[in-house]
Structure formats: structure tokens, C-alpha cells
Write a protein that binds this ligand. Structure first.
Ligand code: 3H9
Length: 645
């Protein structure tokens, strides 16, 4: 069957794209669409066209598997034919119209959308820019400021915002297709879109836009190319701007950054597939227990509340429970400020939170997540108590970031229901969920982790038990090596600058100061007894902790925060130089390239060891962990990708 079908009813042709799962414009879809466009032109009985899609969504864009390959029939040519059609076309949008899908809709003469629909040009997230006229058509429909935000940030907007901006003509009230037909009758043919001027381009300070974007994109090329294409749209004829957009698109489509970003796109979707493929019935997530209402516990509770679950949060006493509730409330307030929920959503979420001091309050929960302090004895006690009160069918998870999940499971009578769910702070924002599979973890516990990730819209990556699992194990390895570089002559600010210019959101020393140096200090102390005597060990971080420099929370860590911002501190430099001398290292200069090469080499070696030991399911999973949990630059594809790229 053809992926694009056409049937004519009372002079209106219904052209329907049907190519699951997301109606991407693959070569067969484009060929079939081009054929439908030609048939419309030849059939004089047809007075108008409604273009719609089967399934759950309008077109989600070009087929990402085909980017960088020969593109015939070429989408911009098909869109030019639609725009020049002798009859009006109306796009009927549901689900999402993204990338080439939105460009297709913009080539039509009118657009109607379901109120729940979303529209966007997310190409920059794939290292390209809209390549089928998006940068030229969008600023002729919406104000240039809106076009700049939509195209350079790649974030979709909802139907109401699209209506307000002028991207769609009306929102459907009851039936999308019959209202699309009605719109066809009402549509004035007017001036063709490409002959209209761009909207409000005079208000733009292009140099300032470029400066801000350069800073924000941290080395990613596509957003800057997209901005340049929009500048072309404002300053050249439509025909010239379309040709310039095409050149930029073809160049970016074969770039290293686009290849890396496409790799990440598919790696993120493949992550945790083993959890989805399990036959076991996951636990019900309508009511979830959380033990501990500190930063992590409260964040996990907020993530669950925002997803619609009821949460029973257990704290050791009434005062701690009250503090936890306040923490949750404050986080919900911040979420409301960011537009994630409205006031009634905030109130409803808070209503779904119950606090308790007794584990007996948890017995209706099929999943309990423990998020108490990282202390093995304390966690063992929690698990023993949970095991005693919870029905055998309930799943018990620990949010530990490095402790032995098997040792915790060993304290229970049903180790098959125990697993690790390593959330990242802030837990209601960060996308990554490391699912730690113990040696006895059963399929129902794993299926529940998969269901939880979907419920919370997170990316699950499966790891087996080892110290630090995937992410923290790799981070510990390169953090150690960074300390060795400090001993050998580098300074924290140089290492941070090198990492940031590579594209990390933040250098390792700013990250440590932000999260606090005490957790890793406790970890090092716990390991001290078993550390081989001949293992190289740098004492710099320990010295800072001993001096009370625990990071931002104490106003001092690797940097001084007395002015709020990280400032180089001579006291830290002195400690580093003393430690170099004690370790008998001759200090020397490091180049940025050398620093980055060393960090990458350590990450890749540790990643390879993790794969060889069977801790991670794939190299792609390691890339996903480092990008979504540890600030590795997305447009570089991840440490393991770089060994292949
Ligand atoms: C573009 O349009 C360039 C043009 O400007 C120029 C042309 C000349 N292609 O995300 P999901 C697969 S660039 C191929 O899990 P959801 C995906 O891999 C494109 N495959 O579902 C997955 O496969 P699997 C610009 C695609 O409901 C399955 O579909 N467009 C594509 O959570 C389900 O995906 C974009 O960047 C694709 N375009 O979210 C949009 N899209 O089951 C990218 C999806 O084997 N897509 N797949 O793992 C999305 O953002 C989300 O998929 C969407 C649905 C929101 C649509």
C-alpha cells in the first residue's frame, strides 16, 4: 500500500499520509506525496485539498535515518509545488508537526490544529537547520523574534501559542477534518506567502542575538547557522534565502556534529529497551512510597507528583516530615514559575502528597524508593524494615549513587524485588534514571523501572552492580585523573576552562563545588581501608574538605564564592602546590587540548572496562549517561562515540 493515499469527496481531495510510527518523510513517503500533488493538479474536479495524517501524529519531520543521504525527490521541490498549486491546501494538524512536517504545513495555504497539538522546528537538536524553507516561511507567518526562538532553540510551541503568533489559522473545536474542509471554503487565496515581507525584522539587533546565542550554544554550530539563515530571510529575496538555506542544510547534514547528534537521538530511544521488552507485569505506580525527604527524596517525590502519582513520604519524625513537605511545596512553586504546572496543578500535586513517620503507611504502595543518607548501615536498616512491612509483591528500590545494591538486597527475604533507581539532582528535572540491576533482581522489578521511566518521561539506562555504576564510576575515574593533573601542574580554573571550551556545561571543579565535596570525601574515607598501598592517590580534595571547604554551601571549595561567583583562591593554589611538592611532582604547563585528551582517554578506558565487565548494556548507553547525567556536550556524541567517530 502507498504511504500517501488520496480520496476525493464532493470536490475536496483528502490526502492522507500513513507511515507509522510518526509519519516521517522517508523517500517512499516523499515519492508518494509528490505523486498525490501531481494528481491534484491534473484533476479539474478537485477544488481544494485537506492534508492530514493517519495514526497519532502529523508528520514528525524528515526521516532522520536518511539525513546526509541523497534526498530525491527533494522535499523543498514538493513543497514549492504545493505552494504553487492551482487549488488551496489546508494542513490538518494533530499530535506534533515537527521539522519537515511543519515546513510541509507552512507550504499549505491554511493550517488548522487540534488544541493539544504542538509545532516546532527542532532541527538544531540534530545539528542541522530547517532545510525545506522553514527559515524563510516561518518569519513570514510569525514575528521574527518568535521565529528566532523557535528555530535556534528548537523547542516546539503549543497550538494556542501557534494561533496567537499566526502560525495556524484556527484551532479545531470538535472534528479536525470537517473543520479543515470548512476552512478551505473560507480561505482567502491572498498573496503567496513567499511574496509577503518577513514580520518585524527591523526590531532585531542581529549582532546582539548572535553574541547571546554563541554563548548559549557552547560550541554547537547549528543554532548559529540557523540564525544566519533567518538573517538571510530578512535581508535577501525569498528565492535567494531559500537557496542559501539549502546550502547551509546540505553542509550541516554531513557535519560531525550532526552525525553525533543523530547518534544521540537514536541512542536515547534505544536506552532501556531491554526493560520494555520484558513480559513481566510492572507494579502499579498510582501510589509510590519515598523514604527520606532531603534534597533527593523531595525531588523524587516532586517528579512522581508531577506525573500524577500519589506519594507517601516517610520521615523519621514530625519536624523532618514538615520540612520535607515545605521542600516539596517550594519545588512545586519553582515548577509553577517555569510554567510546568499552573496554580491548580500545584495545589492538586500537593494534595497527592501524604507524609508519615510509620512504615505501616506504605502498605498500599507497590513501589517504595529509599532516598536516605548514603550510609550502608542506615540503608540496610531501612530495607530490613521495609521487607518486614511491605507485601511480597511490592518493589523496593534504593536511590544510592554508588553503594552495593546486592548487599542491600541481601537484607531482605525477597531479593528479586530489590533494585537501584539512581536519580540525578534535581530529580524532577534531570532526564536520566540509572536502573541498577542486582544479581537477584527479578523481571517484575525491572519492568517496573521501565514503566516508572516512561511515567516520569525519563531515559532509563540499565547498569549492573559496581562501585558508582556507569556514570559515577566514569566520573570518579576522570575526577581522579584531574587531581593528578593538578599535582602535575594544572590548576582547577584551567581544567574547568578546558572542559567548558570543549562544550561541557560546567567544569569538574565547579560541578563538585555545586554538589558539595563531602559526599565524595565520605566515599574516599569508606574505601581507604581497602585501597591498595601502591595505588596513586592525590590528597588535594581531602585537604580542602579538612579545611572546611565543602563547596558552594560553605562559601568555599575549589573556588571562593564570597562574591557569589566562583573566584580563583590563592589558598587553593597553595594547597595544590604543597601537594605537588609532597608527591615529588615537577609542575609544568598543560594546554587545553592536553587536558581534554586526558579526560577523554580516561573516560573511554573506564567506559570500555564497564562494557567488558558487562556493567552497561551498550557503548551507546554509556554515551547517553554521560550526556544526560554529566553534562558531556551532546553535539560531541558522547565519549564512546568519539572512539568510533
Ligand atoms: C527534518 O525534518 C529536516 C527538514 O527540515 C529538512 C528536510 C529537507 N525520523 O520519540 P519516540 C522514531 S529533521 C525517523 O520514541 P514519542 C523513533 O526513533 C527531523 N524516525 O516517540 C522511535 O523509533 P523506535 C526533525 C523517527 O511519542 C519512534 O519513531 N524532526 C523520527 O515519545 C517513536 O519515537 C524531529 O527532530 C524521525 N523524524 O515522540 C522530530 N521521529 O520506536 C523527532 C521519531 O524504533 N521526533 N522516530 O525507537 C520526535 O521528537 C519524537 O519522536 C516525537 C514522538 C515527538 C515525534
Amino acid at each position: 500500500m502507498q504511504p500517501v493515499t488520496m480520496h476525493v469527496r464532493e470536490g475536496i481531495a483528502h490526502v492522507v499520509i500513513d507511515s507509522p510510527p510518526v509519519n516521517a518523510l522517508s523517500q517512499p513517503v516523499r515519492a508518494s506525496l509528490a505523486d498525490a500533488v501531481a494528481r491534484v493538479e491534473q484533476d479539474s474536479q478537485i477544488a481544494g485539498v485537506v492534508l492530514s495524517c493517519a495514526g497519532r501524529t502529523f508528520v514528525a519531520g524528515a526521516d532522520i535515518n536518511e539525513l546526509g543521504a541523497p534526498l530525491t525527490p527533494y522535499l523543498p521541490d514538493i513543497l514549492a509545488d504545493i505552494a504553487a498549486s492551482r487549488v488551496p491546501w489546508v494542513a490538518a494538524i494533530k499530535g506534533t508537526a515537527l521539522g519537515g512536517g511543519l515546513e510541509l504545513a507552512m507550504a499549505c495555504h491554511g493550517r488548522i490544529a487540534e488544541p493539544s497539538a504542538k509545532m516546532g522546528l527542532p532541527e538544531v537538536s540534530l545539528g542541522i537547520l530547517p532545510g525545506a524553507g522553514g527559515t524563510v516561511r516561518l518569519p513570514r507567518l510569525v514575528p521574527m523574534t518568535t521565529a528566532i526562538t523557535m528555530i535556534t532553540a528548537g523547542k516546539p510551541i503549543d497550538a494556542k501559542a501557534a494561533l496567537d503568533a499566526g502560525l495556524v489559522d484556527i484551532l479545531a473545536e470538535t472534528d479536525l477534518l470537517s473543520e479543515a474542509e470548512a476552512l478551505l471554503h473560507d480561505l482567502p487565496m491572498g498573496i503567496p506567502l513567499l511574496e509577503r515581507p518577513v514580520r518585524d525584522a527591523d526590531a532585531i539587533d542581529w549582532d546582539a542575538e548572535q553574541k547571546t546565542l554563541r554563548k548559549k550554544s557552547q560550541g554547537a554550530q547549528a543554532p548559529l547557522e540557523a540564525l544566519a539563515a533567518l538573517h538571510d530571510a530578512a535581508s535577501l529575496s525569498a528565492e535567494q534565502a531559500l537557496a542559501a538555506e539549502r546550502d547551509r542544510f546540505l553542509r550541516l547534514a554531513v557535519s560531525d556534529q550532526s552525525r553525533a547528534l543523530r547518534h544521540v537521538f537514536f541512542a536515547e530511544r534505544a536506552a532501556g529497551r531491554s526493560l520494555r521488552d520484558l513480559q513481566a507485569e510492572p507494579a502499579d505506580l498510582s501510589c509510590v512510597g519515598v523514604i527520606g525527604g532531603g534534597t533527593m527524596g523531595a525531588g523524587i517525590a516532586v517528579a512522581l507528583l508531577l506525573a500524577g502519582s500519589q506519594v507517601i513520604l516517610v520521615e523519621r519524625d514530625e519536624a523532618s516530615a514538615a520540612k520535607a513537605r515545605t521542600r516539596v511545596d517550594e519545588t512545586l512553586t519553582a515548577s509553577a514559575k517555569r510554567g510546568v504546572i499552573d496554580a491548580s496543578g500545584h495545589a492538586a500535586a500537593l494534595d497527592r502528597l501524604k507524609t508519615a513517620q510509620d512504615y505501616g503507611a506504605l502498605t498500599d504502595c507497590q513501589l517504595v524508593i529509599e532516598a536516605v543518607f548514603e550510609d550502608m548501615a542506615l540503608k540496610r536498616e531501612v530495607f530490613a524494615r521495609l521487607d518486614a512491612v511491605m507485601p511480597a509483591s511490592a518493589i523496593l528500590a534504593t536511590n544510592t549513587s554508588y553503594l552495593d545494591v546486592d548487599a542491600l538486597a541481601g537484607t531482605t527475604a525477597h531479593p528479586d524485588r530489590v533494585l537501584g533507581l539512581h536519580f540525578f539532582a534535581p530529580a524532577h528535572v534531570m532526564k536520566l534514571l540509572e536502573v541498577v540491576r542486582g544479581s537477584a533482581t527479578g523481571p517484575r522489578a525491572l519492568a517496573t523501572a521501565g514503566a516508572l521511566a516512561r511515567h516520569l518521561r525519563k531515559i532509563a539506562v540499565v547498569a549492573c552492580v559496581c562501585d558508582g555504576f556507569i556514570g559515577n564510576r566514569i566520573m570518579n575515574a576522570y575526577r581522579n585523573d584531574c587531581e593528578f593533573m593538578l599535582e602535575e601542574g594544572a590548576l582547577p580554573q584551567q581544567i574547568d576552562a578546558a572542559m567548558e571550551s570543549f562544550g561541557f556545561a560546567m567544569g569538574i571543579y565547579k560541578v563538585q563545588d555545586l554538589s558539595g565535596l563531602d559526599i565524595a570525601w565520605a566515599q574516599r574515607k569508606a574505601r581507604a581501608a581497602t585501597r591498595p598501598a601502591d595505588e596513586r592517590y592525590a590528597h588535594i580534595a581531602d585537604r580542602l574538605c579538612e579545611a572546611g571547604r565543602l563547596g558552594r554551601k560553605t562559601g568555599r571549595g575549589f573556588y571562593d564564592y564570597s562574591d557569589g561567583k566562583p573566584k580563583v583562591d590563592p589558598e587553593v593554589t597553595a594547597i595544590i602546590e604543597e601537594e605537588s611538592a609532597k608527591a615529588a611532582r615537577t609542575r609544568r604547563d598543560f594546554t587545553e587540548r592536553e587536558i581534554i585528551d586526558r579526560i577523554l582517554t580516561v573516560m573511554q578506558a573506564e567506559g570500555q572496562a564497564i562494557l567488558d565487565e558487562g556493567i552497561a548494556e551498550s557503548a551507546d548507553d554509556i554515551d547517553v549517561v554521560m550526556i544526560t547525567g554529566y553534562g558531556f556536550p551532546r553535539h560531541k556524541g558522547g565519549p564512546m562515540w568519539l572512539t568510533r567517530g
